[in-house]
Ligand binder design. Structure first.
Ligand code: C2E
Ligand code: MG
Ligand code: MG
Ligand code: MG
Length: 290
């Protein structure tokens, strides 16, 4: 199906899983159907407190299970979704799905913050704040349980960005700047943004213990965040050395393959159930009124 290779001059996408090629036009057509065919799935990567080691949140990361190609990573299809406007229904689906999931977890007694990635195209819609409000109402999720992750690229229209961020703050949702340090926003803008969290880009974490410049950058971001009263998160923690470095410099939270890769709902549930049953079997028995 997805094999029009060689017929045109487009860039082709390579799927590691199935060693097949898919051209952007085919991908675009298939992506149109993906939402209604239920081919999109959210995986959840735990986010832990680097102080307590406890899970404090999870980041929703989208995956597309294409019927012929297998799993396609968001790095491949999100850019196409953005170009075609499909990011709007897909982004809305992701917000709904993540909120419904966090509600499920809440019912089971697991209280965590869910982080959802928001594309700039979504963020700049004039109805973005009202759509978040509607989703929170419909799913009955407490606003402080939802964190939206935006990138520095939203700040192109500074006035609109500030208005939107204040609208979100008024709702009570949390705001995180993802991939921090890779964008072009000035610190003067940052000062005006009512954000809660800076998430240090994984490119700076990768070279900790190897590249002194990256160590300096990471230390600087952490202390700047703390001086601005912001929470600071490190993404892409893969080694023990990186973890120790971040703890030594008081980075608040972390995510990465060392801690956990993104998990399906079932996998995350299994991990939670395992912990619960250990507590149930070994701990003091709770009264079971519920
Ligand atoms: P991101 O938000 O910066 O997410 C971090 C990416 O790093 C994820 O890739 C995650 O799986 C990966 N990662 C986590 N831990 C490690 C690690 O220890 N080492 C390495 N090398 N990578 C790690 P993923 O899931 O492929 O997502 C890529 C990007 O796609 C995300 O970057 C985000 O910008 C975008 N994305 C994902 N889901 C959505 C969504 O629902 N909506 C929008 N608009 N964008 C999304
Ligand atoms: Mg993110
Ligand atoms: Mg990131
Ligand atoms: Mg990224």
């Amino acid at each position: 199906q997805a094999k029009k290779a060689g017929k045109n001059t487009f860039e082709f996408f390579y799927s590691k899983e199935r060693h097949s090629l898919i051209d952007p036009l085919t991908m675009e057509m298939d992506l149109h159907k993906a939402v209604e065919r239920d081919e999109l799935v959210l995986h959840y990567q735990p986010k832990v407190s680097l102080k307590s080691g406890k899970i404090v949140g999870a980041e929703a990361l989208i995956r597309w299970f294409h019927p012929q190609i297998g799993m396609i990573s968001p790095a491949e299809f999100i850019p196409i979704a953005e170009e075609t406007g499909l990011i709007l229904p897909i982004g809305e689906w992701a917000l709904y799905t993540a909120c419904r999931q966090v509600k499920e977890w809440m019912k089971k007694g697991l209280s965590i913050v869910i982080s959802v990635n928001i594309s700039t195209t979504q963020f700049v819609q004039s109805n973005f704040v009202t759509s978040i409000e509607r989703i929170l109402t419909e799913t009955q999720v407490e606003p402080q349980c939802l964190e939206i992750e935006i990138t520095e690229s939203v700040s192109a229209d500074i006035e609109h960005t500030i208005t939107t961020l204040h609208g979100l703050k008024k709702l009570g949702v949390r705001i995180s700047i993802d991939d921090f340090g890779t964008g072009f926003s000035s610190l003067n803008y940052l000062k005006q943004f009512p954000v809660d969290t800076l998430k240090i880009d994984q490119s700076f974490i990768r070279e900790l213990y190897k590249n002194p410049n990256d160590e300096t950058i990471v230390k600087t971001i952490i202390s700047m965040a703390h001086n601005l009263n912001l929470t600071v998160v490190a993404e892409g923690i893969e080694t023990k050395e990186q973890l120790v470095f971040l703890q030594q410099y008081f980075c608040d939270e972390g995510q990465g393959y060392l801690i956990s890769k993104p998990l399906s709902v079932g996998e995350l549930q299994a991990a939670i159930d395992k912990v619960e049953s250990i507590v149930e079997q070994n701990g003091i028995s709770q009264d079971k009124n519920e």
